[in-house]
Design a protein around this ligand. Sequence first.
Ligand code: HEM
Length: 560
Amino acid sequence: MGLAVTVLWVVGALALLQLLWSLRNRRLLQLANTLPGPRFLPVIGNFFSILANDFDFIKMVYAYRSRYGHLYRIWLGPACYINLSQAKDVETIMSSQKFIHKSRDYAHLHPWLGTGLLTSTGSKWFHRRRIITPTFHFRILDRFMDSFNRNSNLMVENMSKEDGRPAFDVHHYISLCTLDIICECAMGTKVNAQVNSTKQIDSPYVKAVNSMCWLVYFRGIRPWLFVDSIFNRTAQGKLFNSNLKTLHAMSKDVIRKRKLEYVEDRRRASAAAAQGNGPPAASRRAKGLPTPPVTRTESEVLEAKVDAATGLGPDEDNVYGRKKRSAFLDHLLELAETENLSDEDIREEVDTIMFEGHDTTAAALSFAAYSLATNQHVQDKLFDEMQHIFGDSDRDATYQDLADMKYLERVIKETLRLYPSVPMFWRDIREEVTLGSGFVLPAGSTACCNMYMLGRNPDAFEDPELFDPDRFLPDRWSGKHPFDYTPFSAGPRNCVGQKFAMLEMKVTLSKLVRNFRLLPPPQRFSLDLAVEVVLKSRSGVMLRVEKRALKPSKPSRNSA
Ligand code: HEM
C-alpha cells in the first residue's frame, strides 16, 4: 500500500511538472510537432528509440534518415534536438553570427576543457577567438614543417616493427605522432610520446583522451547521469575523475615546462640585445620571438604558398590579421597580463588545443590509412604521385611538394567526407529561425549539425558510401553547394586549426604511403564507428603494412 501511494505521488508530480513545462514551452512544442520525427513519450521523450538502437548513434542516424529524411527531431527528456544534414540547412546555422552558442551538451566537457575556445560562448568566446586565431595564422605555419617531418619519420620508424606482421591498430602509432606534433608546435614543449610509449604501454594521456571521449558520449545520452552527484558515484564517474587527474597533470606540466623555458629565452634575448647582437630573424622566429615586420609582398607570397600547400582558400576571418603572431602557448604567456588571463584560463586553452589538435588529425589519418589499405587502386595512384614528386628518395617534404600533392589532397578530402573527425556539433537555438529547406527551428531547441550524414547525402554525392577521391576533381565538383562539404565547419565558429591540420596530414600521410604498402587485415574486420566527440572506431583501425624500399638522402632543411 505504502509503495503504491509513493508511486502515485511520483507519477502525479511528474505529470504536473510536465503540464507546467508544456504550458511554458507551448511555442516550442507547437513548432517541434510540425517537424518530422519519431513519436515520443512525456518526460522521457525518445529514450526508448535510443535504447532500441543499442545507444548506437550511427545506426540510429541511418535508420532515421531513411524514415524521416534529412531533417527530423528527437526528444531527450525535455530537450528537443533537431538533426540537420543537408547543405541549405546547415548553412543557415553555420554562417550566422547569431547561432554561435554551444548547446548544454558541451557541459560534459567542462570539467576537462573548462570553457575554452571550443566550449565557450558569448563574449568569452569572442575574446578567446581574437587571441587564439593569430596563433594558427599562415605566417606561423612554416615553422612547423620540421616538426611534421621529424615526427612522421619517427612514426615510420616505430611502425616498421609491424612490417609483414599480423594486423595492428594503426591509430596507436598515429595518435602518438600527432600528440608529439601538437605539443612541439603549439606548446613549444617536447613530450616524446613516441619515444616513451610502446605497443603494450600506451601514452597515459592518449589513453585518458580516448576514455574521456567515450565517457562524454556515454553520459550525454543518459539524462539521469547529468546530475553530478549521481554520475560521480558510478564506475564511469570514477573513471572520468581519474582521467581528469591524468589529463590536467599533463597540461599543467606542459605549461610549467614552457613557462620556465620562456622566462629563460626572454632573459637570453634581452642579454643579447643589450650586447647589441640580437639573434637573426630566422632563429628568433624558430624560438617564437618577435621578428621584424615582413613587407606586404613577402607576406602575400607566403600566404599564397600556404594556400597552395593546404589546398584551402584564404582565411575566412582575417579580422585579426595584423596582430603580432607567435606560437600558441608563448602567445598566451605573453598576453597573460594585458589580456587578464589567469593560470586557469591558460590551462583550459592548453587542454582544448592539446585535445582538438591531436585527436582530430589522428582520427582522420587513421581512417585515411584504412581507406587506402582497403582501396588498393587509390593507394597505387597516390603512390605514383609520390614517386613523381620524390622518386625513391626518402627526403623530407617541402611546402612546394605539399602544393604538388593534388591527389593526396583529394584523398584527405574524401576521408573527411566519409569520416569527419568532428561528426556532429550542437548549437543552442535562442530565437526562431527559418532554414534553407523552409522548416522552422523553434527557440529553445538544439540544432545538431550532422557532418557524418552531410558527407553521405545521396542527393549531393553519387554513390556516397564509395571511397572515390576524384569526386573532388574541379570539373566533377563544380555546381555543388558550398556547404555540401564542410568537415572543418564554416562561418564564425569554424576550425581555427584547419590549415595546420591539412599541412600536418599531408606530411604524415605522404610519409606513410612512401614508406609502406598499406594492406587490409586478412580476417573479416569492420570499423565499429562511434560518435565520441571525435569520430572513433571501437574495434580499432586495423591494417597490415609491408615496407617499401627508399633511398636514404642527405638530411633536408625542410624549407620551401
Ligand atoms: C582533421 C582535423 C580537424 C577537423 C576535421 C576539425 C574540425 C572542426 C570542426 C567541425 C569544428 C567546429 C566544432 C563545433 O562547432 O563544435 C572545429 C573547431 C575547432 N577546432 Fe578543429 N578540426 C581539426 C583539427 C584541428 C586542429 C589541428 C586544431 C588545433 C591545432 C583544432 C582546433 C579547433 C578549435 C580550437 C575549435 C573551436 C573553434 C571555435 O569554436 O571558435 N582543430 N574543428
